[in-house]
Design a protein around this ligand. Structure first.
Ligand SMILES: [Zn+2]
Ligand SMILES: [Zn+2]
Length: 155
């Protein structure tokens, strides 16, 4: 008979654990009017988790995709961060729509650059064309360091 009562208790504890994963051992113990140790032992014997699941509270919303996530920051993944910071531009050389990093854009805009290209070959071509005409017109000058324009990102 005592055995049957144990069985009922066991089922009850397992039932609580399965339906309320966030309940602590203390809460379960209180509900079945047994000790915490008893509940722990029964759960362990049943192969059920003895630790309660902590309620998950999402902390942030990803700026790129809107997913809620736990860790610190503004993006749920490095991929989202990357895609968020890609800005659509039109290539000044070939006119193709492409994407560049916001950080790249800001870096060059703050240094006075107004033109952006889709690729390194395009950029080289653009700067060659751009500076070839400029160099010809101011060649008569003192011939300062201006003669060799820096190609961004070419180093
Ligand atoms: Zn995301
Ligand atoms: Zn281009």
């Amino acid at each position: 008979m005592g055995c049957q009562r144990n069985e009922k208790l066991r089922q009850e504890i397992v039932f609580i654990r399965e339906t309320r994963p966030c309940a602590t051992l203390e809460q379960i113990a209180h509900d079945v009017a047994r000790t915490r140790q008893r509940v722990h032992k029964i759960l362990k014997g049943e192969g059920k988790p003895t630790c309660h699941v902590k309620p998950v509270k999402p902390k942030h919303t990803c700026l790129a995709c809107g997913t809620l996530f736990q860790h610190d920051g503004y993006f749920c993944s490095p991929l989202c961060r990357q895609s968020y910071y890609r800005i659509p531009i039109v290539c000044d050389n070939c006119g193709v729509l492409c994407y560049i990093l916001l950080s790249y854009l800001l870096y060059h805009v703050t240094r006075g650059q107004e033109s952006f290209c889709c690729s390194t070959p395009c950029r080289r071509e653009y700067w060659k064309k751009h500076y070839a005409s400029r160099m010809r017109s101011c060649r008569k000058g003192a011939g300062g360091p201006e003669v060799a324009p820096a190609i961004p990102g070419s180093h």
